[in-house]
Design a protein around this ligand. Structure first.
Ligand SMILES: NC(=O)c1ccc[n+]([C@@H]2O[C@H](COP(=O)([O-])OP(=O)(O)OC[C@H]3O[C@@H](n4cnc5c(N)ncnc54)[C@H](O)[C@@H]3O)[C@@H](O)[C@H]2O)c1
Length: 272
C-alpha cells in the first residue's frame, strides 16, 4: 500500500516491536509510510532477541530501551522524546507478557508473583507510560494513544488464563485515564485484535486452536498484523479525532458472531 501522508508532521513513541512478526513492527512500518516519525522502545532484555536496529534503520527511528515496568526508564524515555521532538502526538503501547501462561501454570494454581508481573507488564505499564509522558511534559494536547487488547478481556478463553484479567485491567485503564486525558483533548483507545501469529501469540498453549476457531467464525477471517497497523494509523490520524475511551474490535467480525456454517460442519464431521 502506498502512503497518503495521514501522519505527516506527527511524532511519537512506539512500544513493543520485537521482530518482524510483532504487531508493533507492522505499525512502525505503516506509521513511517504515512509520514510519522517516532522513537522505538522495548525492554532492555529484548536487545539480544530481536532485530530492532533493522527496523530503526528502515524507518529513520531512534531506539530508546526502557523496561515498561520501570518509572525511571519511562521518565528517561519520554524526556528524550521531548528533547528530540519538542512534544509527541502519539503513543502506541503494544506490550504483553503472561508469565503463568508462558510457563503453563494453570489459572486455578496460579503463581501470584508471576501473576503480579503479568498485570504489571501487560496493563499497569500503560498507566505508567501515560504518567511518565505527562509528567515529563512530552505528551501534547490533542495527541492519540493506542493500546492492543484481546476479546479475552470480556469473554473466557480457557487457555488465555491470567491474560484475560490483564486485558480487562488494560481496557479499564483506557476508560479511567481517558476521562482525565479528555480534558486536554487527548484520546485513548484499545484495539481488540484477532489472534495473530507473533512471539507473544505463539507463547499461548493452544494458540493454533484459538487461531483456527476465530478464523472459521469471523466472516472476514482473522485480521492480520498489517491490517491492524493500517487501522492503528487511522486511529492516530486526525480523521478519528473525536473517538476516545473505546475498545475497538479489529477481528473480521468475530466478536459479533455466535457460530458459523463452517464451524458447524467441521464439528458435525468431527463427532460423526
Ligand atoms: N498475537 C496475538 O494474537 C494478539 C492478539 C490480540 C492482542 N495482542 C496484543 O498485542 C500486543 C503486542 O503483542 P504481539 O502479538 O505483537 O507480540 P510480541 O511478542 O511481538 O510483542 C510483545 C512485546 O512486549 C514487549 N515487552 C514484554 N515485556 C516488556 C517490558 N517489561 N517492557 C517493555 N516491553 C516489554 C516484548 O519485548 C515484545 O516486543 C500485546 O499487548 C498483545 O497482548 C496480541
Amino acid at each position: 500500500m502506498s502512503g497518503h501522508g495521514l501522519l505527516n508532521g506527527k511524532k511519537g513513541v512506539i512500544f513493543g516491536a520485537l521482530n518482524d512478526s510483532s504487531i508493533a513492527w507492522k505499525i512502525a512500518e505503516a506509521v513511517h509510510r504515512e509520514g510519522g516519525e517516532f522513537i522505538l522502545s522495548n525492554a532492555p532484555v529484548a536487545k539480544r532477541l530481536g532485530g530492532l536496529d533493522e527496523l530503526a534503520d528502515k524507518t529513520g527511528a531512534k531506539i530508546v530501551w526502557a523496561d515498561a515496568t520501570s518509572e525511571e526508564d519511562l521518565n528517561t524515555l519520554f524526556s528524550e522524546a521531548k528533547a528530540a521532538y519538542g512534544g509527541i502526538d502519539f503513543i502506541v503501547h503494544s506490550i504483553g507478557m503472561g508469565m503463568n501462561v508462558r510457563k503453563n501454570r494453570a489459572y486455578e494454581d496460579i503463581n501470584y508473583e508471576w501473576y503480579k508481573k503479568s498485570l504489571d507488564i501487560s496493563a499497569m505499564s500503560l498507566h505508567r507510560a501515560i504518567h511518565a509522558a505527562t509528567e515529563t511534559g512530552a505528551l501534547k494536547d490533542g495527541s492519540s494513544i493506542i493500546t492492543l487488547s484481546y476479546i479475552g478481556a470480556q469473554r473466557t478463553f480457557s487457555k488465555y488464563s491470567e491474560m484475560g484479567d490483564a486485558k480487562a485491567l488494560l481496557e479499564s485503564i483506557v476508560r479511567s485515564y481517558g476521562y482525565r486525558l479528555g480534558k486536554r483533548g487527548i484520546r485513548i483507545n484499545s484495539i481488540s485484535q484477532s489472534p495473530t501469529m507473533t512471539t507473544a501469540g505463539g507463547g499461548i498453549t493452544g494458540f493454533d486452536g484459538m487461531f483456527k476457531f476465530a478464523e472459521s467464525v469471523a466472516p472476514l477471517g482473522n485480521a492480520d498484523a498489517a491490517s491492524c497497523a493500517d487501522y492503528t494509523v487511522s486511529m492516530l490520524s486526525d480523521l478519528t479525532r473525536m473517538v476516545t475511551m473505546q475498545n475497538l474490535f479489529h477481528d473480521g467480525g468475530f466478536s459479533t458472531m455466535g457460530i458459523s456454517d463452517e464451524l458447524i460442519e467441521d464439528l458435525a464431521k468431527a463427532y460423526s
